[in-house]
Design a protein around this ligand. Structure first.
Ligand code: ZN
Length: 386
């Protein structure tokens, strides 16, 4: 039984053409479908919302030494310490098509204390607070230190053709960059106590520094935290003012603690005095520092995304094009604390580049280049999302 009598009986080209036509149509359809599937897969990998695919840690000379380009690794942005800026380095990176961003140390210039011991933070005992786990901060109301940092900030912007500058260590005298943070209460120096009374309108009882510190933490904690946060925010206001005059097209970013308001009982605000909502008025880019391996999340790289997502909701940042504020996490690829295995590189970068993040940079080139297979893996990911 011939199910297709018309075909069998027909010898004319019209009838023969029909099945061929159908075959062609089917083939074209399949081809189109295949193309569509391939396109979707490619677009799945591409992340056009990711503006910066960066390396933190200076000029990656080891990459150039191998005859490679930044383009080979999909890198389009480099962060380096402001002290390492030079016209030659910037020109080299520009030749490779990269944007150049400086990192600027605000509250952690320990060398300053050698000649200015009155700038050392004072603890609850009324004495100079020893650096927690070796991390030395500076009193945030020391006028000469502030001027010294503002001048250095201005010089970095006027002397060098950079695309932006990122504040770093802009927080209290506390070692938070580890799995178990060490965050002493400071600064109860005479200057800070006087300014607190005057600016917050909180009179303090007579007594020793230790007694006054105890009174503040027991009875005026909220006022104290609010005032301290305001002091750190005012530094950011002045940094912005300087940037707007010196190089207005440059971005102002900050490397900051990645904790939510709930983490460590609100320590980001209460201990570190980082008021991100208030600072947002002056900042363009928030670079949270979710060093998952260093901070006890080495088996849970998704933590990176959860912290960025919290920040996005907190500050109303979605990662869509055109937003003024951006979240560009600095994610850990080099070994510090726990190791970051090569097979984790992709997921670290994946979580670091999901909206609300719209950029990412890796921490840190200085150690990372010793693990070249991780550099290669970073390059594969960066190229795939372009
Ligand atoms: Zn002080």
């Amino acid at each position: 039984m011939n199910p297709y009598p018309a075909l069998k009986n027909a010898a004319g080209p019209e009838i023969r053409e029909t099945p061929v036509g159908i075959q062609i149509l089917v083939m074209m359809g399949l081809a189109t479908l295949a193309c569509a599937v391939a396109t979707v897969a490619a677009e799945d990998r591409r992340r056009p919302h990711v503006l910066a695919r960066g390396i933190y840690g200076g000029v990656p000379t080891q990459l150039f030494d191998r005859g490679k380009t930044l383009e080979d690794f999909g890198v389009n942005a480099i962060w380096m310490g402001a002290g390492g800026l030079s016209e030659e380095r910037i020109a080299l990176l520009r030749k490779h098509g990269a944007r150049v961003y400086a990192e600027f140390n605000t509250m952690h210039d320990a060398a300053y204390l050698k000649e200015h011991p009155d700038a050392a933070p004072v603890g609850t005992d009324g004495k100079v607070s020893p650096p927690p786990d070796g991390w030395q901060g500076v009193c945030p109301t020391h006028a000469a230190y502030r001027r010294y940092r503002m001048d250095a900030f201005r010089n970095a912007l006027t002397d060098f053709d950079i695309d932006g500058i990122w504040l770093d260590y802009h927080h209290s005298h506390a070692a938070w960059e580890q799995a178990v943070p060490n965050m002493p209460d400071t600064c109860f120096c005479g200057r800070c106590l006087m300014m607190f009374q005057r600016e917050a309108g909180v009179p303090l009882p007579d007594g020793t520094g230790a007694e006054r510190a105890a009174y503040i933490l027991k009875s005026k904690k909220a006022e104290w935290v609010r005032w301290r946060c305001g002091v750190f925010t005012d530094w950011v206001r002045e940094f912005r003012e300087i940037l707007d005059k010196a190089r207005p097209q440059a971005l102002l970013g900050t490397f900051h603690c990645p904790w939510s308001d709930a983490d460590y009982a609100g320590a980001r605000l209460e201990k570190l005095n980082i008021d991100l909502k208030a600072q947002a008025k002056y900042l363009d880019v928030f670079s949270i520092m979710p060093y998952h391996a260093r901070f006890g999340h080495h088996t849970d790289p998704e933590w990176i995304y959860r912290q960025a997502r919290w920040l996005g909701e907190y500050l109303g940042i979605t990662g869509k094009p055109g937003e003024r504020h951006k979240i560009w996490p600095i994610v850990q690829l080099s070994d510090w604390g726990e190791n970051v295995p090569t097979d984790q590189v992709r997921s670290v970068l994946d979580y670091g580049t999901r909206a609300p993040s719209s950029g990412v940079m890796i921490f840190a080139w200085g150690r990372l280049h010793e693990s070249w297979e991780k550099v290669e893996e970073m390059g594969r990911f960066y190229r795939s999302i372009r």
